[in-house]
Design a protein around this ligand. Structure first.
Ligand SMILES: [Zn+2]
Length: 323
């Protein structure tokens, strides 16, 4: 089977600026390719840092076949089995915690409510709320008067009775939401700006938007192994790869070195406050409030989401363009 050459992404996904500094090297994690059955030529990719807004991005676009295999049953049984096979530290507890930990979900709901309040938006004003890519709707706050929806293509969701699933963004036109939520999604997308444009186009003129992404660009230390052939050899056997992951952690703990480059998984964009603001404003949304928040303390110690801080933004249409 011939290997696919991934298409490059040259410009900053937040502000479309054309020049980025080299921020480090990444290697596409084996479990991600095993999930789609795809073999890829250029698994080593640069992490670019935008000189204009500070956003970081990996220099390739995921092809549709990888995206659909990844998100058709995200964090479902097949996803978990393959990921755990290639990374023993990715436990069932971590997988479940990310989707259904009560304390984590309750805390994330309170984050949405707090930011809404900070821009003088009352919970009672929300009559229709939709969470894009929202899974089972766990992050939608308990708005007392709201009809709740998720837009999600996953067919295996078990939704609570008060939440309705829509499968296409276009379906939002039927409900004209007061609040459009989009949490933990923009960092996964090849073209987040195009996606936001669609979101705005299918919302109401008075819709309020809530976005949440992990905060910050990963810091890359010096990497001992950057040869494609050696990395590919390690990544061809799950025992060898798990051994390399363990050794990588040990070396990192006791020195200024890493054995392996960054492991590229779902996240291909990394936002700063300025970068996220630029992205939101690029689709003629006006930022009403923006906040950096601590992510991990609501989870049990054994469950770590992998990033410590997130950024939340509340925005509305600026009225600069006519629909
Ligand atoms: Zn930029």
């Amino acid at each position: 089977m011939s290997k696919l050459l991934l298409a490059p992404r040259q410009n900053c996904p937040s502000c479309d600026h054309h020049s980025g500094e080299q921020g480090g090297i990444g290697f596409i994690a084996p479990w991600l390719l095993k999930l789609s059955g795809l073999k890829v030529e250029n698994r080593i990719q640069n992490l670019n840092i935008c000189t204009e807004c500070g956003t970081g991005w990996f220099s390739f676009a995921y092809p549709d076949v990888i995206l659909s295999s990844l998100y058709s049953d995200y964090r479902g049984k097949k996803y978990f089995n393959i990921r755990n096979h290639w990374d023993w530290s990715y436990s069932q507890e971590l997988n479940n915690g990310l989707t259904s930990s009560k304390s984590w979900m309750n805390w994330r709901k309170s984050c949405v409510e707090t930011l809404l309040e900070s821009v003088n938006f009352s919970n009672h004003e929300i009559r229709t709320c939709v969470d894009i890519g929202g899974g089972e709707g766990g992050v939608i706050p308990d708005f007392p008067n709201a009809e709740k929806y998720v837009v999600d293509s996953n067919k295996n969701l078990r939704l609570p009775p008060d939440i309705t699933q829509l499968t296409e963004i276009e379906d939002m036109r039927k409900i004209m939401p007061d609040l459009v939520m989009c949490c933990g999604l923009l960092e996964h997308l090849n073209e987040p700006s195009n996606f936001l444009q669609q979101l705005v186009a299918h919302s109401g003129v008075n819709s309020i938007f809530y976005f949440e992404v992990p905060f910050g660009v990963p810091k890359v230390r010096s990497t001992l192994l950057i040869s494609n052939s050696i990395l590919s050899l390690l990544a061809s056997n799950n025992f060898a790869w798990n051994f390399a992951l363990k050794l990588d952690k040990k070396i990192k703990k006791y020195s200024h070195w890493n054995l392996l480059p960054l492991k590229i998984s779902e996240h291909i964009n990394f936002f700063t406050e300025r970068g996220l603001k630029k992205l939101v404003e690029s689709v003629d949304l006006e930022v009403l409030g923006i906040k950096i928040f601590h992510t991990n303390f609501a989870l049990p110690d054994s469950v770590n989401v992998g990033f410590e801080y997130g950024i939340q933004v509340i925005a509305k249409q600026s009225g600069k363009t006519k629909k």
